[in-house]
Design a protein around this ligand. Structure first.
Ligand SMILES: [Mg+2]
Length: 263
């Protein structure tokens, strides 16, 4: 199958906990030589896009920061367009840069919006309770993602989803989700590629947000069996990927017209 562009998830696809997936660099180099543009679309909410680009560079991937789409970038656009510029952020400090760069004002009191990303150790009773109180006072809740967990170097780790769900449960306020699987998020990356959804393949390790989300947005999707991939989660999802490959190193099997991909 020939696609005009490719979207890659980062964690679990290009690298797993900082260890490059075998063959990933060669595949990206091959795409570049074929003239197939690609973008990275990650639900990572711990790092700014510039920090992600720097980290990828240390792993041997040359990807410009503006080709990396994160929920923080999408949320900044959403907040500015909806007029909620005073925001309380439950995110890492690094990711705050993506908000400040877009004109969002970070406040500790009386916010118009509460933004929740994967704040790691900054999720404390105190920070979550402050967010809960802001929601009770009328702030809107914006979730950078609601993934349940991710694969860190030392094992599966809680993502933002459980904390978003907890705040929703306590406050009765439903979160607006800006990361995968939101269609808006995929559309922003497609716009950058100047491609329509039917022309682009999404490659990811999360059956729900990467594969289910991409297919709902009109893209074909390839599931890789690296990173957070788990057979039981895949079976339970009842989502049918367009392709299933052992890792990104097998992408050429999909892209070559005579390739023996499995479906
Ligand atoms: Mg992933």
């Amino acid at each position: 199958m020939n696609y005009r562009g490719i979207l890659f998830d980062i964690d679990g696809v290009l690298h797993v906990g900082g260890k490059v997936v075998d063959g990933a660099s060669a595949i990206l180099a091959d795409l570049s030589s074929r003239g197939v543009p690609f973008r990275c679309i990650s639900n990572t909410t711990r790092s700014s896009r510039s920090t992600i680009a720097e980290r990828l560079a240390t792993l041997g991937f040359t990807i410009p920061a503006e080709h990396i789409f994160t929920p923080a970038v999408a949320a900044g656009s959403y907040l500015i367009s909806s007029g909620a510029v005073r925001c309380m952020l439950l995110t890492t400090r690094d990711v705050q840069k993506d908000f400040v760069n877009q004109g969002v004002e970070i406040v500790e009191r009386n916010p118009e919006a509460v933004i929740v990303g994967d704040a790691g150790d900054l999720f404390t009773y105190s920070s979550l309770n402050a967010a809960f109180r802001a929601l009770l006072s009328g702030a809107v809740l914006v979730a950078l993602e609601r993934d349940r967990y991710w694969m860190d170097e030392d094992g599966f780790s809680l993502s933002a989803g459980p904390f978003v769900a907890g705040l929703e449960y306590a406050s009765g306020v439903r979160a607006h989700i800006v990361g995968k699987p939101s269609k808006e998020f995929f559309d922003a990356a497609l716009f950058s590629l100047d491609c329509s959804s039917s022309e682009v393949l999404m490659v990811g390790d999360d059956i729900n947000t990467d594969i289910g989300g991409a297919q709902a947005a009109g893209l074909d999707a390839a599931l890789v069996r690296t990173g957070k991939y788990r057979e039981d989660v895949f079976r339970e999802s009842r989502i049918d990927p367009d392709y299933i490959i052992p890792s990104i190193a097998h992408l050429h099997e999909i892209l070559d017209e005579d390739g023996g991909f499995s479906k």
